[in-house]
Design a protein around this ligand. Structure first.
Ligand code: TXA
Ligand code: MG
Length: 339
């Protein structure tokens, strides 16, 4: 299959493909999604096949207006109204109890709940409206690889397997949305951290809980997708948590083992050590967690085209957006730290 790169002015052509049951990757504020008509079982099955995604991992349904939610879910609790008012469109996915037969069966992978989100990208909101359908949209990467933050990343992973990519440049946030389970409205629970932080949620609805699995590795995750290996480039990733002395020691250690080092760190660290390593990718200014999050996945992908045999990646403080950044980096590194 030829995979077409659609320009923003081609949005109607891309919408037509979706109506015909084809797959179109779309931009969002977080990462690129792999779009298909969520009411068309054959189309949804193609999504799992193209990504190589395990069939017990349900998909997020993307809609273009808050009012649409009521059509698909059993009940819209009061906290949902507040959350949607405040955070939609934006990087927050809400889990509701789903109405029977609202979507093609494979969308929810057998669960009685569904994940819904309204992405903050004008072009994609237009794509959803023009297609006239709710769209599934898992991240548009091969399962297990870092999520795509550019149309080129999507093309690299899925060329020949999907009808097209709607190209709207680089995504802004760079990490997938926060997933919040509100099926028990008394106990809203974060299943996946993202750019809509716990602190921001609590300002609107009070106490928010965190899936124990995100805190203790003994618990099974509530979001099926969180149990799989994720975000992994071909080279092993090691997280470096510490000051320049720790970096110096890490670089020395891996060099002595004959490794070729790729540095994924902020400009300060790169300046200091770039002469000692094989490849570098900047996570932006020192201490800028927004930039580091935006650049993390493209950085992990970058080293695949270099000689590096190990990636040393920078830790960030685990609060606010740092929760999401460290969650993804720890998965990419299989929780491997150099301290
Ligand atoms: O930012 C995002 O959310 C991106 C963009 C493209 O919108 N999409 C995305 O989709 O990250 P995906 O499929 O890669 O991740 C969806 C996550 C998975 O961890 C999945 O297990 C979880 O949401 N999920 C989906 N439906 C669920 C449900 N009913 N209950 C619990 N977790 C669910
Ligand atoms: Mg994904």
């Amino acid at each position: 299959m030829e995979t077409i790169i659609y320009r923003p002015s081609d949005v109607l052509k891309a919408a037509l493909k979706l109506q015909q049951g084809e797959l179109i990757s779309f931009p969002t504020e977080t990462v690129y999604g792999l779009g298909a008509d969520a009411t068309n079982e054959a189309a949804v099955k193609k999504v799992y096949a193209a990504k190589g995604r395990p069939s017990d991992n349900p998909l997020i349904v993307h809609i273009s207006a808050i009012e649409e939610v009521g059509q698909y879910v059993k009940q819209v609790p009061e906290i949902a109204d507040k959350l949607m008012e405040t955070f939609w469109p934006g990087p927050l996915t809400l889990i509701f109890k789903v109405k029977e037969q609202a979507f093609a069966p494979t969308v929810t992978a057998g669960l009685d709940s569904v994940a819904m989100r309204m992405p903050d990208n004008a072009l994609t909101l237009q794509l959803i409206r023009e297609s006239g359908k709710p769209l599934v949209g898992p991240s548009a990467n091969t399962s297990g690889k870092p999520s795509p933050t550019t149309a080129e990343h999507v093309f690299h992973d899925l060329k020949g397997k999907i009808a097209g990519v709607l190209d709207d440049g680089e995504t802004g946030v760079g990490l997938e949305s926060t997933v919040l389970d509100i099926t028990d409205p008394e106990r809203p629970t974060i299943l996946r951290p993202g750019a809509t932080t716990k602190e921001a949620l609590e300002q609107v609805i009070g106490n928010v809980y965190v899936d124990q699995h995100l805190i203790s590795s003994d618990e099974a995750p509530k979001a099926p997708g969180m149990k799989y290996t994720h975000y992994s480039p071909n080279e092993p990733v090691v997280i470096v948590a510490g000051d320049k002395k720790v970096w110096e020691k890490a670089i020395e250690t891996y060099k002595r083992q004959g490794e070729k080092i790729g540095l994924l760190a902020n400009q300060d660290i790169l300046h200091q050590f770039q002469a000692d390593v094989t490849a570098v990718y900047s996570l932006g200014e020192n201490k800028n967690i927004n930039e580091a999050s935006r650049l993390l996945y493209s950085g992990l992908r970058y080293f695949e085209a270099t000689q590096a045999t190990v990636i040393l990646a920078q830790a960030y403080t685990q609060n606010g957006l740092g929760e999401a950044y460290m969650n993804r980096l720890q998965k990419a590194a299989g929780n491997h730290f150099f301290e």
